[in-house]
Design a protein around this ligand. Structure first.
Ligand SMILES: *Cc1c(COP(=O)(O)O)cnc(C)c1O
Length: 469
């Protein structure tokens, strides 16, 4: 399997090459040259596989340059009941006839990002060892991604992690999840500034090519292809759990931000998984809802990004979206470049004027909608009242739309993207009491914390990295 760039100008690469890379050399994103097709016999053989074996069978298509025995060992080490709470890894909870919750958030940081990042950490470790390389991960986080990355990379011998977060802006729980890590390769930096300043600093350090090369600075951002590939697995797992035969179709409802999670569902559909609808849910930051309802893609400036009660979906542009558009325009890199030129010069593009819009409307399976804070509160209350289950605010965005788009004949699977314990304030607002905490998280905030406070100063940050990387 070769990987191309969505912008069509970078040379094809193998999986191992793109694993540690950010953007392709032409500024595009890595995409497989074609989607693997799972034939009916193979799909049938996958139905009863345990999660690690299913992951192996699916990831093999994408990581075909990876030594098979290594890949097998890595998925078996990654997807265990110890790390993910149950042997199913992503168990399906039935709420109502044909309405299910796919529980993706029982990993170490209680959000679905663990499913991909735990694998990524082990893939990185393997490649760095084989190639005798080291890696410095530099990132900025406002919550979920940073902690999932730290929990995936803690204690890895060849990796140092520097994670910037805006001082005093994360919830006490999120802060404790990161700052209580005692592994010496994890460096938490509480920046005296806001999230944008954290991101600007990361960009500024990366702009210094010599420094970047010297310390082998990389990222674990949401455009990493291996993260998308890892997420494809639970769409299959959820499908098998909700159906009895492969003749059935199901729909998925997905709370979306950077378009990574739901794009994995789209990939699963292209691979032949019988998916009917992909229900895309946004919060008040509705760039993606606008696209799927009008054809206009109009990323917002950061100043127009709302702070909401489903904060991990507070995005102004959807990084993985370019992969979807690439597929819709038939892998035409020239057309992708033309569209993204319009993003740069005119602030967006309107696909409804192009012939490809029909494909989005008729074949892609996508439908979309947006929710507000009041909708989330109401959905959290309703799901508690009707099904006795407490869901988090992000999952609530998805469940609300799932209820709108539900059809009697087809199972609707709502992806649970975080546990409610992570978002205590909103749960208290909705239900009058906090959500129960899973075992092992009691007293998290009282554990000793390791972090350094820095000012938003590039040279200061570089010195800090220099002394420790
Ligand atoms: C990251 C995240 C999302 C958004 O997922 P994307 O892949 O960026 O679309 C939704 N919910 C939670 C809890 C998240 O952490």
């Amino acid at each position: 399997m070769k990987y191309l760039s969505t912008r069509g100008l970078a040379p094809p690469q193998g999986f191992t090459d793109i694993l540690l890379e950010g953007l392709a050399s032409d500024g595009g994103l890595a995409v497989p040259e074609q989607w693997p097709r799972i034939m009916p016999v193979k799909l049938q053989a996958m139905r009863d596989l345990a999660y690690p074996q299913l992951a192996f069978e699916l990831l093999r298509f994408f990581a075909d340059d990876f030594p098979g025995a290594d890949l097998k060992r890595i998925v078996e080490k990654t997807y265990t009941a110890e790390v993910f709470g149950t042997p199913e890894i992503t168990p399906l909870k039935t709420l109502d006839s044909n309405l299910h919750l796919l529980q993706l958030s029982n990993g170490p940081t209680l959000a679905f990002k663990d499913v991909a990042l735990q694998l990524l950490g082990n893939l990185f470790e393997n490649v760095l060892e084989r190639q005798d390389r080291r890696l410095t991960i530099l990132g900025a986080t406002s919550g979920d991604t940073g902690s999932a990355a730290e929990h995936a990379l803690k204690g890895k011998a060849r990796v140092q992690v520097f994670m910037l977060s805006p001082k005093g802006r994360m919830s006490a729980f999120q802060r404790a999840q990161m700052f209580s890590l005692q592994e010496s390769n994890i460096h938490n930096i509480a920046l005296e500034g806001v999230f944008d300043e954290c991101q600007d600093l990361v960009k500024a350090v990366n702009a210094d090519a010599a420094f970047k090369a010297k310390h082998a600075i990389g990222a674990v951002n949401s455009i990493n292809w291996a993260r998308v590939a890892a997420q494809v697995v639970y769409y299959f797992k959820g499908y098998f759990a909700a159906t009895r035969s492969n003749d059935e179709q199901v729909s998925f409802a997905v709370p979306s931000g950077n378009f990574g999670n739901i794009f994995a569902g789209y990939v699963a559909k292209q691979m032949g998984l019988p998916i009917r609808r992909l229900v895309l849910a946004t919060n008040e930051n509705d760039v993606l809802n606008e696209f799927f309802t009008t054809g206009r893609y109009r990323p917002r400036p950061t100043a127009e990004t709302h702070e909401t009660s489903s904060p991990s979906m507070d995005i102004s542009k959807a990084s993985n979206f370019e992969r979807f558009i690439w597929d819709i325009v038939g892998g035409d890199g020239d057309k992708v470049r033309w569209l993204w030129d319009q993003v740069a010069t005119e602030g967006g593009f309107d696909l409804s004027r192009e012939k490809e819009w029909e494909k989005v409307e008729e074949d892609s399976g996508f439908v979309a909608g947006r929710s507000t804070h009041a909708d989330r509160l109401e959905t959290i209350r309703r799901v508690k009242k009707e099904y006795g289950v407490v869901i988090d605010p992000h999952t609530a965005d998805g469940v609300r739309l799932a209820m709108r788009y539900r059809e009697p004949r087809y199972p609707m699977i709502c992806l649970e993207t975080a546990l409610p314990a992570k978002f205590e304030a909103t749960i208290v607002e909705a239900l009058g009491e906090p959500a129960p905490r899973p075992p092992g998280f009691e007293g998290l905030e009282a554990r000793p914390q390791r972090f350094e406070v820095l000012k938003p100063d590039v040279e200061g940050l570089k010195r800090y990295i220099e002394q420790r990387a």
